[in-house]
Design a binder for this molecule. Sequence first.
Ligand SMILES: *Cc1c(COP(=O)(O)O)cnc(C)c1O
Length: 388
Amino acid sequence: MMKQWLDIADEIKQIYSGKEFVPLHEPTLGEKESEYVTDCIKSGWVSSVGKYVDQFEKQLAEYVGVKRAVAVVNGTAALHVALKMAGVQPGDEVFMPSLTFVATANAASYLQAVPHFVDVSKETLGLDPYKLEKHILEIGEMKNGELINKNTGRIIRTVVPMHTFGHPVDIDQLLIVCKRYNLALVEDAAESLGSLYKGKHTGSFGVAGAVSFNGNKIITTGGGGAILTNDEELADYAKHITTTAKIPHRWEYNHDELGYNYRMPNLNAALGCAQLEKIEYFVSSKRALVNKYKLIFENFDGVSVFEEGTQVKSNYWLQTLMIDRKNHKLEKVLEVLNAYGIMARPVWTPMHKLSIFENSPQSNLEVTNYLAESLINIPSTPLKGEEE
Ligand SMILES: *Cc1c(COP(=O)(O)O)cnc(C)c1O
């Protein structure tokens, strides 16, 4: 008899030792987390000052291979500041995928800039550099070294690729387009900590990168994020404006520009230090999981397990199925899996379909629309003793 979705649900449960409910992604917390957090509480330094923030920033920068990391309250705040570092001005347009979490588009909007949506690639699930250039040739013109959208008159200075579910975009090709049109690259690497493109960590390629440590991400600080950069001066600037732009002084409160209270509390950083020690295990375990899913869906018509491309190493943050709608109804698949205790969910509603962004400029978005109706995520929590 042909395998049914109920059988699939059963097999997924078996991967997770027969659990009644299998969530999409659970944080893995242990002794080390308790130890560091307890140490933090005992020290009394739970808030905006303390050794764990410095330690976490240092270890994170080392891990990713960038000069500096600045820890902040969440990934959205990191993106907001990273875009500011890249020089995004009010009234600018910012190229980004429509197939992303709302934070990418929100961050640009916080700076009174306008998201400009560009289509993605079926191979990477991220921004398609060839489509980007084709679109630029249609709508753009260079004036005094700046790219102008001929239709709106606005300047476009920045591109924000997002490494969907941990899969790196085609960075080399994107950098070529950036150079040709004088665009600054800011990576939304919120989902891709631990993913490599040609051996280099995502988040380290542009002016700045943003990562997230929300509870569902590959490592968590409860809530948190960080800005990554190789530019010491920009890192200092990021630190300054994320700590209310206060001029250091023993007792005086002076602030030299509009600042933000975005600093990560010490308590969260303590959790982050413990989590960072385990990241290689998380990545390795998630990479092993894809092979289990491939076995489950072998010979199952109309479904393919999304796999990393060549020259990249994905952290496989969320496991992804591509469903052929000719064979399966997406709604039905989601209904069966969720009813049977397997948490599964579709990808985000694309940004150009949200009322807040429906008037934003956009390229042809056919692949985005196709993927939005074809992708689902399935349980992806790392498994103990199941590393690559
Ligand atoms: C998680 C995420 C963010 C940032 O999220 P926070 O919840 O603010 O930490 C940004 N972009 C993408 C694509 C994300 O998945």
